[in-house]
Ligand binder design. Structure first.
Ligand code: G1P
Length: 288
């Protein structure tokens, strides 16, 4: 089995980023000069996947517009001789075969994934939550696909988090298989620190078998009254194995202002055009 399709869930209401998310979907917030969603699509493409299903919500049309061809802008850039920008705009339109499905009501991550069922078909697929931006040498999805090639079953990405933060993540009960690879024995969505089975928190990258859709359909609303993907994966464990990879890379939770700003600074400092001047500016700023 090979992975040739990915689902990107961009259906959240962005409440942690109000008021800007009243009119700009949070996935369209920039990280340096590209919107967050573009990083997710590029990670998919760099991992060798060409078909993408983006799950959005009502009122998030600007997401779809971003990846569609824009003949007017292209001829304007051509006329002005802005060859590099023209290339970048054209590349966006051809990045991947992107389809959109709409989650009409905010009923949870599990429900959002289920919305993509028909578009995915009965094949294993990658799932990305674009809030989690991961800076890594090899795209995290690519790292996970190597594990998938070996095990041919569900794979999730995990990261070691601090004890106080367990209430923000799905937490796995792990059995170590090899260096940085675990078999998942159980998983709980956002447990209290004293109830957490480990400090391995789920990060927004998954490779899932199509059986996950039946598991989601059989899952009742959980934490926050929402249909949780974590609970569905707990049900799936009765039928299929799940492995968790502690990936190589640095993750930023750009769904919060703090995480978004940290990502902003760290990506901008590495940017060849901006990094040097920004570092000098920050040194001046922090001396005050
Ligand atoms: C979701 C998942 C959670 C996971 C997290 C990673 O939670 O439900 O299991 O740990 O993404 O970002 P959310 O952050 O949407 O509340």
């Amino acid at each position: 089995m090979k992975i040739d399709r990915a689902v990107i869930v961009a259906a959240g209401r962005g409440t942690r980023f109000l008021p800007v998310t009243r009119s700009i979907p949070k996935e369209m917030l920039p990280l340096v000069n590209k919107p967050l969603i573009q990083y997710a699509v590029e990670e998919v493409v760099e991992s060798g996947i060409g078909r993408v299903v983006i799950v959005t919500a009502p009122g998030k049309q600007s997401l779809a517009g971003y990846f569609s061809p824009s003949p007017e802008l292209e001829s304007f850039l051509k006329e002005k001789g802005k060859v590099e920008l023209l290339g970048e705009v054209q590349r966006l339109g051809r990045l991947a075969d992107i389809r959109y499905v709409i989650q009409e009501e905010p009923l949870g991550l599990g429900h959002a994934v289920l919305t993509a069922c028909d578009a995915v078909g009965g094949e294993p697929f990658a799932l990305l939550l674009p809030d989690d931006i991961i800076d890594s040498r090899v795209p995290v999805l690519g790292q996970m696909m190597d594990v998938f090639d070996r095990y041919q079953t569900n794979i999730m990405a995990v990261e070691r988090i601090s004890q106080e933060e367990t209430g923000k993540y799905g937490i796995i009960n792990p059995r170590e298989v090899s260096h940085h690879l675990y078999q998942v024995l159980g998983l709980v969505e956002k447990p209290e620190p004293r109830e957490a089975a480990s400090r391995l928190g789920v990060v927004g990258r998954y490779i899932l078998m199509p059986a996950v859709f039946d598991a989601i359909a059989a899952t009742s609303p959980g934490t926050g009254g929402e249909v949780q993907l974590t609970d569905a994966l707990g049900l799936l464990l009765a039928k299929q194995d799940i492995y968790a990879l502690e990936f190589e890379g640095v993750r930023y939770d750009t769904g919060t202002p703090q995480g978004w700003l940290e990502a902003q600074l760290s990506f901008a400092l590495k940017n060849p055009e901006l990094g040097r001047a920004l570092r000098q500016y920050m040194e001046r700023l922090l001396q005050i």
